[in-house]
Design a protein around this ligand. Sequence first.
Ligand code: HEM
Length: 166
Amino acid sequence: MKIFLPVRKSLLAGALLLAATACSKSSDPAPAPAPAPATLYSRLGNVDGVSKVVDSFLANVIAESQTSNSSLKRTFNPLLTSGNAQRVTLLRDNLIDQIGQATGGPLVYKGLTMTAAHKGMAITTQEFGVFGVAFTKALTDNGVKDPEKTELLTIITSLQSQVVGQ
Ligand code: HEM
């Protein structure tokens, strides 16, 4: 038995040395923090991506407003036939800011609350649905796929009670 003792001791010393080497030193730099998950805004392509979706959406609203049995004409016609291009531009800018803010971007929405913006329009659930179709088509046409598509549509849908029936 005695003859094996020195060998065991040296094995133990070696193991301790290895363990000590593997441990980090107090002077080692702290591990880098995990990168923050990308915001929906950045996954949509920042202001350029959001603007493309809003432009397609407004084009879809205009196209739908010109169809027979249009659902959006009733509410959007005053805006579209006013000849006031600045009013359309303001709506565009407000939508970009609103979506930009709601998706985690640095944009700041400065427009009316959803309740105030749609006051007196008496928007129906059916009209809200057609608005949603125009918005969904804009996402599809700009190559926005899940999960971003569902995330943004969830944000839009969550505003329904503030828009419908005002
Ligand atoms: C969640 C869905 C919706 C969002 C996020 C939204 C967003 C907005 C915003 C940001 C404005 C401009 C507010 C301002 O001037 O300060 C606006 C105005 C307006 N919205 Fe909506 N809206 C929604 C649903 C709808 C629906 C369903 C309709 C009609 C079917 C509609 C029709 C209009 C009209 C006609 C204006 C007024 C534009 C003008 O005359 O300047 N909106 N909306």
